[in-house]
Design a protein around this ligand. Structure first.
Ligand SMILES: [Fe+2]
Ligand SMILES: [Fe+2]
Length: 188
């Protein structure tokens, strides 16, 4: 069922929050690795989809939107750099736990502002039917963006969309040899 843009974004955040809880409760490193792989994938997909679908709307419709979107893109970049490094390591490696903790802190800090300030402002600024239309676009875009972190790729459409179209199938091929856990967001 199609949801509005804000609900789509919040659902992405909730999937990652749930995966973090599962990682913390898990004691088997093999299972932890599957969960961590899924966190990397979900965060990569969420960041790219948000940059393509939501941040341009924030820029266009909020009075201080350009400043907010630029700050959010900067935080995404730091997160992507750390995810990239995390993705090159394995759960038992020295330093993995500290880096994982940093990624989680960055994510939690970032979404707190989005959920408490930015998206409520956007919801108040846009008509319900536009939010539904954008939600539909978000859902489609989610399935066509890269599934791995690419800190040096563009972070704005149209270039992010174009580069993503080329990168996404490469990432998805690589994903075939990685293990993931199920999420209620379904298969990407
Ligand atoms: Fe974000
Ligand atoms: Fe977000």
């Amino acid at each position: 069922m199609t949801k509005d843009l804000i609900s789509e974004v919040i659902e992405d955040h909730n999937v990652v929050k749930d995966l973090i809880c599962r990682y913390r409760k898990e004691t088997d490193p093999k299972e932890q690795q599957k969960i961590a792989n899924t966190i990397v994938r979900e965060l990569s997909v969420h960041s790219a989809t948000e940059e393509i679908c939501a941040y341009p709307l924030i820029e266009k419709h909020l009075s201080d939107g350009k400043k907010i979107a630029d700050k959010n893109r900067e935080e995404h970049l730091q997160l992507k750099k750390d995810l990239y490094q995390l993705d090159s390591m394995k759960v038992p490696d020295e330093g993995y736990g500290d880096l994982f903790k940093r990624v989680i802190e960055e994510f939690e800090h970032h979404i707190q502002e989005e959920e408490k300030e930015t998206y409520p402002k956007l919801k108040a600024s846009l008509a319900d039917d536009l939010l539904m239309k954008e939600g539909e676009k978000y859902e489609k875009t989610r399935n066509s963006v890269p599934t791995r972190p690419h800190p040096s790729a563009p972070d704005k459409p149209p270039f992010e969309t174009a580069v993503g179209m080329v990168q996404a199938p490469v990432d998805k091929t690589y994903d075939q040899v990685r293990d993931f856990v199920e999420t209620n967001r379904g298969k990407i």
